[in-house]
Design a protein around this ligand. Structure first.
Ligand code: MN3
Length: 224
């Protein structure tokens, strides 16, 4: 994993056409090679100009934004968030029909949302509720599953939530194939969710009841 500066655009874990017919090859090329690449270039440039940031991993930067010098908080939120969110999004997909949630995750989804169909409807509703650009998320918060949304390139990491799944609803993620029909995109995206990955994330995050705040952090006071 490439978690520290200098950041590189690691390849997709599948081919550009792997998600077809649900997400098209051109969108995947543009999304990964141009949009994510731009966030990576901008983040590297930001760290080059502010070398104190280089000591911290991508996640550490995002979990502890409020510990950063005030002038760096917004650019780090946008650029590091853009890298983190896109990597998380791409890793959360796979060839259609490859996996389903494991028994533990199904149990937790049923406990929280009544059943899988209700979860899907609520997740879709959340994705459609994002005004402008942002993401819909399934996260763990104090050991419980929760659906949430973030604007722009904000991440749930700064809210002490443990992310399991995200959906990019920026128009660049779907406009070429689905035009303005975000609902159709959400429906098709559900066909390519990598549930093995989500289940693994759930296993890793479950039981960490205090969420991300328990992760030891070295503090950034000295940077100011
Ligand atoms: Mn995007």
């Amino acid at each position: 994993m490439n978690c520290f500066y200098p950041f590189i655009n690691t390849p997709l874990p599948y081919s550009y056409d792997a998600l077809m017919p649900f997400i098209d090859e051109t969108t995947m090329h543009l999304h990964h090679d141009r949009h994510l690449q731009t966030y990576i270039d901008n983040l590297n440039a930001l760290i080059e100009a502010n070398p104190c940031l280089a000591h911290y991993s991508l996640e550490e930067l995002l979990r502890n934004l409020c510990g950063l010098p005030a002038a760096l908080q917004l650019p780090v939120r946008n650029q590091a968030g853009g890298v983190y969110n896109h990597r998380f999004f791409f890793d959360g997909m796979e060839r259609p029909g490859q996996s389903s949630p494991d028994a533990e995750l199904i149990k937790a989804l049923n406990r929280q949302f009544h059943d899988f169909n209700t979860f899907q409807s609520l997740f879709k509703e959340a994705a459609l509720s994002v005004f402008g650009s942002g993401y819909a998320w399934l996260v763990l918060e104090r050991g419980r599953l929760r659906i949430t949304v973030t604007p722009n390139q904000d991440t749930p990491l700064e809210c002490c939530q443990y992310p399991l799944l995200n959906l990019d609803v920026w128009e660049h993620a779907y406009y070429l194939k689905h035009y303005n029909l975000r609902a159709a995109y959400v429906d098709e995206w559900f066909c390519v969710v990598n549930w093995n990955m989500v289940s693994r994330r759930f296993q890793a995050g479950h039981g960490r009841r205090r969420g991300c705040c328990e992760v030891p952090f070295r503090g950034m006071g000295h940077m100011i």
